[in-house]
Design a protein around this ligand. Structure first.
Ligand code: TRP
Length: 350
């Protein structure tokens, strides 16, 4: 399939503001794909229905987060004239598809999904795990297939969801005929971007751990968070040899720094490799590395923060944009749904 036949669908759960892990893991790549202009269509979905699977008792939180995520999208440079941004719950065709796909997946299979398993372990589902939560990978298959997406640019934790989608597509097409398209995941190639740790070195950046840097954080907040970041606990004196492995400041530099930054910010080094060498040998202090990281991050985040703040001044316009996106998305999903119904022999009235 040539590039200009390809269709992208991806999205995020609205359960808070987006952070720099979302940014390097997927958002930055989406903007690059948008700007390349090689895809036939790009759909970006705010997955509120999915967010409700574990936040069902907090509808206000989900609703407020839809606004935050939409602002984050426009902040990073997604452009509604080139991509369709929409809200999952406003496309009811997705829910109907989920109902049909449920028949194609065994209970044992949904319970085996490693990402869902890890999330269940991490969340405290007091009254037991909601059916809707265990089944969200099935609903995610609806999101992807309703748009006949070929390509899903997303984080590494979503691999099991794409695998599940491919299985459902194969099974559906096998039983009912070739209607659906098998999607491929598109992962960021930079290792550090795939798994950006929290500022405390914890593997995951999250609100509950209070270890995230958010796209909407002020310049001062970003600097404070960087200056108190986790580095190498054995690197006590500047002259001590330091470790790069597991050192969060260096992981962030792997994800964010570009060759031109080293001269622009007077780092004293020609490249990240040179800086790492010196750190390993000893004689390079954490404060100096953190100050450099701060310059690098501020440069990348300032325009995002400014664009975001601009859009924040006109929330009605933001919702007008989302409404148009929902209408556009619904049209495509309805077309697929009518093909699905015909294939499943439930198109009684023509
Ligand atoms: N599960 C994704 C997340 O947690 C959100 C999502 C819902 C999604 N449906 C999707 C991502 C379809 C890619 C494709 O952020």
């Amino acid at each position: 399939m040539s590039e200009n036949e390809k269709i992208i669908l991806t999205g995020d759960r609205p359960s808070g503001k987006l952070h720099i892990g979302h940014y390097v893991g997927s958002l930055r790549q989406r903007v690059a794909l948008q700007n390349k202009g090689e895809f036939k269509k790009i759909f970006i979905m705010i997955a509120d229905t999915q967010a409700l699977t574990d936040n069902f008792a907090n509808p206000e939180k989900v609703r407020a987060s839809v606004t935050e995520v939409a602002l984050d999208y426009l902040g990073v440079g997604l452009d509604p004239s080139r991509v369709t941004i929409f809200i999952q719950s406003q496309v009811p065709e997705l829910t109907e598809l989920t109902m049909y796909y449920m028949n194609l997946v065994s209970i044992a299979r949904v319970e085996r999904n490693p990402t869902v398993k890890a999330e269940i372990a991490q969340k405290n589902f007091g009254e037991g795990v909601p059916c809707g939560f265990v089944c969200y990978p099935i609903s995610q298959t609806s999101d992807i297939t309703a748009f006949k997406a070929t390509t899903v640019p997303t984080g590494e934790d979503q691999k099991p969801m794409i695998e599940q989608a491919r299985e459902i597509v194969r099974k559906f097409n096998d039983i009912y005929g070739p209607v659906l398209v098998e999607p491929d995941i598109l992962l960021e190639s930079n290792e550090a971007c795939l798994r950006l740790p929290g500022t405390d070195g914890h593997a995951k950046m999250s609100k509950s751990l209070n270890n995230g840097i958010y796209l909407s954080d002020s310049a001062d907040t970003v600097r404070e968070k960087i200056m108190s970041m986790y580095t190498d606990p054995t690197h006590l004196k500047v002259s001590d040899p330091g470790h790069i492995e597991g050192n969060t400041v260096f992981t962030y530099l792997d994800a964010f720094s570009k060759p031109e930054h080293f001269e622009r910010y007077n780092s004293g080094f020609a490249s990240l490799d040179e800086m790492k060498e010196q750190y390993k040998k000893g004689g390079l202090g954490d404060v100096k590395v953190k100050k450099f990281l701060n310059e690098v991050l501020q440069e990348e985040l300032a325009p995002i923060r400014e664009r975001r703040a601009e859009h924040e001044k006109d929330i009605p316009a933001l919702y007008e944009m989302l409404k148009k996106g929902c209408e556009d998305a619904r049209e495509t999903a309805a077309q697929t749904l009518s093909e699905v119904r015909r294939a499943m022999r439930i198109d009684y009235f023509g």
